[in-house]
Write a protein that binds this ligand. Structure first.
Ligand SMILES: C[S@@+](CC[C@H](N)C(=O)[O-])C[C@H]1O[C@@H](n2cnc3c(N)ncnc32)[C@H](O)[C@@H]1O
Length: 241
């Protein structure tokens, strides 16, 4: 590797299966003096991190690993504050000429909280590089054992569907819908699928030992759908133009 000190690396960890990290990402982590990883802090549920088991499985030294404590909250200012505090630490690291990485599960440029850090790096002219990785929806496609799209198919990745009407409209306008951050759909998605009969792929904690996948909407009726879930809906062939 070229001289990498004084630069911040945004490293994609891949979606959960440690073998789905890229060689470039792994080498960057192995060369890092410090690796910052997101960790959820919750009084009720305790602390948890999706990234930490991946980093440990990759054989990285615990001494390299430093949590970015993020409160389980939809309040954007909480995350902003946590990433500003991280930025201040990184400034000190850079002054000490350390090799610093900040990780994100999946791909670092795809719905990642790394974005909160970027503006501070840019504003302070700290150089950085982003190392791409496998996003979770690409793993979901592989787990479904079907292509996400072919030929001229239109694909919509959507983290913010409000209502069944909203989803139906999007399904009419696209061939494949990838639903992420599924909290808004979890109470009605089973009924929606049973009524409109799109092809379904449902995956929780993909690539981890808690993975659960199904193509049966009935199963979702009584299921507590967790945050780490991806739902792929496809227009049935008969409904395609
Ligand atoms: C903040 S976004 C991060 C996306 C990530 N950067 C990526 O490239 O996939 C979090 C959402 O990604 C999805 N997700 C991430 N990892 C997942 C996994 N291993 N299994 C299922 N869904 C996952 C879920 O929809 C979750 O709500």
């Amino acid at each position: 590797m070229a001289n990498t000190k004084g630069k911040v690396y945004g490293v994609s960890l891949g979606p959960g299966d440690p073998e789905l990290i890229t060689i470039k990402a792994l080498k960057t982590l192995q060369h890092s003096d410090k690796i910052y990883y997101p960790a959820s802090v919750s009084e009720k549920k305790g602390n948890s991190s999706f990234s930490l088991p991946i980093l440990r499985e990759l054989g990285l030294n615990d001494l390299q690993l430093h949590p970015i404590p993020l409160k389980m909250s939809y309040d954007r200012s909480e995350a902003e504050g946590a990433y500003y505090a991280l930025f201040e630490k990184i400034q000190e690291d850079i002054n000490q000429d350390l090799h610093v990485s900040v990780v994100s599960e999946g791909d670092i440029s795809f719905f990642s909280t790394f974005a909160y850090l970027l503006k501070h790096l840019k504003a302070n002219a700290i150089s950085y590089e982003m190392i791409p990785g496998v996003p979770a929806f690409i793993l979901a496609g592989a787990k479904s054992k079907l292509p996400i799209c072919t030929l001229s198919d239109k694909v919509l990745v959507d983290p913010n569907v409000d209502s069944p009407e909203d989803l139906l409209k999007r399904l009419q306008e696209n061939d494949t819908i990838v639903l992420m951050k599924v909290s808004k759909v979890k109470d009605w998605i089973a009924d929606f699928i049973l009524e409109h009969q799109p092809e379904l792929f449902y995956g929780e904690y993909l690539g981890t030992d808690k993975e659960f996948i199904t193509d049966d909407a009935e199963v979702l009726r009584d299921r507590r759908i967790p945050y780490f879930t991806i739902i792929i809906l496809k227009k049935l062939k008969k409904d395609k133009g």
